[in-house]
Ligand binder design. Sequence first.
Ligand code: NAD
Length: 246
Amino acid sequence: MYDLSNKAFLITGSTRGIGNAIARALAMAGATVGIHGRTPEKVKMACDQLSETGKRTVPVPGDFSEPEVAADTVRAFYKATGRLDGLINNAGIGKALSFRGMTLNKWRNTFSTNLEAAMIASREAYVIMREKGCGGIVNIASLAAHGPGKWMGADYAASKAGLVSITQSLAFEAAKFGIRVNAISPGMVETDMTSMLPEETKKSINIPLGRFAKPGEIADAVLFLLSDDSAYITGQVLHIDGGLWM
Ligand code: NAD
């Protein structure tokens, strides 16, 4: 549906789950994709799998529990491809954590990966995109950004609320340079992150459409938000949740 040949996109946290589905969808549309994850081994494995389809992949590993690493990741991708048409801030962690058990260390660890690394990566991408006068950023937030952290902790919910906030701040500043910034708030998606939830909890989540999303259903929306079909959309948060928020 979309032709993204000659374009290059960096997807953080793309060794598996939603990020991997986004990378696959962008690659299928012809783009060069930057595959990122914590360890070089897993990044290489994900690149090899995608390369089998004949697509160009660029491995850019980096541990975002040190947020400054995100700047190196963006620069390494840009150096390898000479382009940066889009950045998808998808890397994230989340655990069901009670408020009582929250420590400052756990809080900061979640913030480093989910929010601070995304901020650093966005800043770096923004600098590159400003020079070119175009580009798109999509942040993968969460339903938890808009209410309580019901299934993940307060650390997770607060980090995702922050991600929605920087989506809007950057969208506002970057619009005059032709750069669009949007977010997606998925509800429940079938990935490793949700597989750890007890079956009882999963069943108790009353999703109006009656099922969890497939990772590809989030990827489809990312493609739209990075394409010219959404040229007049910026600073928005798209809920993809089977009606759960409603
Ligand atoms: P996942 O656990 O399957 O994948 C997470 C990805 O992030 C992996 O590639 C992992 O390598 C990377 N990552 C995690 N910590 C990292 C670190 N310190 N440094 C570098 N990379 C790191 O998760 P997922 O379910 O695919 O989630 C992807 C994004 O979507 C996350 O931001 C998550 O919060 C968000 N989200 C997921 C759901 C869901 O139901 N699965 C719902 C709402 C939002």
